[in-house]
Design a protein around this ligand. Structure first.
Ligand SMILES: Cc1cc2nc3c(=O)[nH]c(=O)nc-3n(C[C@H](O)[C@H](O)[C@H](O)COP(=O)(O)O)c2cc1C
Length: 333
């Protein structure tokens, strides 16, 4: 082998390693009920992301809006990983008009300097988590919120922070959505399939991440239909901030971009010490989704509700939620 050929072979191996690491890192992304509805196909210098309907929620998420949003978060995680490996990526969203499940294509484009910010974001992926415990009595710093809103905006979505009167409207809608879901047997069956127990298969939400009693909160959190093992204090999250992740249209592309923005905002919040809890019940139920749209003056479309709060220093370490093994989500061509 000539020197040039050996260098080229080494480059190809390095590219494959970076892409493989990106797909593995993307597996840490948040997803509705921890379904991880993504499938990555890895070729020489390219990663293709497909929606995996086998881990979709037919009843809760019939349009796959929350699954696609989750995939968007995975795309952003992959981009963070590749930036930390010194790669600029050419990203094509929905690259195949004939196949709407082909959500994204990431191609290594050219080398870029690795920045301390890129390394920090990659480290933050390992720290980010959903925290269903009450937030502390400390208020969320307005400057930190502005930085989170800017991070979401830079990734292509909006974040509307609700006024106190709107939070009460949100609470009413969340209560209505929970009752609608609780009344439907198919909805409950799907929830029970994905939550509770010890989850040996690496997906779904284990009891360790489900509160052992209903936390005191202004806006009801997810009603899992049973209590788990997560210790929660009797504190009330009255100083939490509630916000709507939104955008101008309501298409697959918008849900994908919303997921990227969710990841960008969540990683930024984590770096600022702000806890994040997504609340999607009002988005899942058509009537309450329309109601949440009123809170945006009917101008934009809501994708997800988020609670932001200061971490309660009395809380122990964050609960661990498992992930599927890489060989179940990554296919090497
Ligand atoms: C689109 C979306 C919707 C979610 N909805 C809720 C929700 O309504 N209630 C909740 O407690 N967690 C919700 N989550 C958090 C997921 O359950 C969580 O991301 C998943 O279990 C993985 O755990 P982790 O975020 O700690 O890694 C949602 C996450 C996403 C991405």
């Amino acid at each position: 082998m000539t020197t040039a050929a050996a260098i080229r072979a080494a480059d190809t191996r390095a590219e494959a390693r970076a892409l493989s690491a990106a797909a593995t890192t993307a597996g840490q992304a948040p997803s509705i009920h921890n379904t991880q509805p993504w499938h990555w196909r890895l070729t020489d210098n390219q990663l293709d992301l497909h929606l995996d309907h086998s881990r979709g929620l037919e009843v809760t998420d019939p349009d796959s809006r929350l699954a696609i949003l989750s995939c968007g978060a995975a795309v952003h995680h992959a981009l963070v990983s590749l930036a930390a490996a010194g790669w600029h990526v050419a990203l094509a969203r929905l690259p195949d008009a004939e196949n709407p499940d082909h959500l994204a294509q990431l191609r290594l484009d050219h080398r870029i300097p690795v920045t301390p910010t890129a390394i920090r974001h990659l480290q933050t992926i390992g720290l980010r988590h959903t925290d269903r415990r009450p937030t502390s009595s400390a208020t969320v710093d307005a400057d930190k919120l502005r930085v989170i809103v800017a991070a979401v905006a830079s990734a292509g979505a909006g974040l509307h922070v609700l006024r106190p009167d709107q939070v009460y409207d949100l609470a009413t809608a969340a209560d209505h959505a929970q009752h609608t879901e609780a009344d439907e047997a198919a909805w409950q069956a799907e929830l029970q399939h994905w939550t509770g127990g010890t989850r040996p298969l690496g997906s779904g939400i284990p009891d360790a991440a489900i509160p052992h009693h209903t936390p005191q909160t202004t806006v009801p959190g997810r009603d899992f239909g049973h209590h788990g093992n997560l210790l929660v204090s009797d504190a009330h999250d009255r100083n939490a901030v509630f916000a709507i992740l939104y955008g101008t249209e309501d298409t697959t592309l918008d849900w994908l971009r919303a997921g990227e923005a969710l990841s960008a905002g969540w990683l930024t919040a984590t770096e600022l010490g702000v806890a994040v809890l997504p609340l999607s019940a009002t988005i899942e139920v058509t009537a309450t989704r329309a109601f949440i749209r009123h809170l945006l003056a009917d101008l934009d479309h809501p994708y997800l509700v988020l609670r932001f709060g200061a971490h309660d220093p009395a809380d122990g370490p964050a609960p661990h939620t498992p992930r599927l093994p890489a060989n179940q989500i990554i296919e090497r061509a």
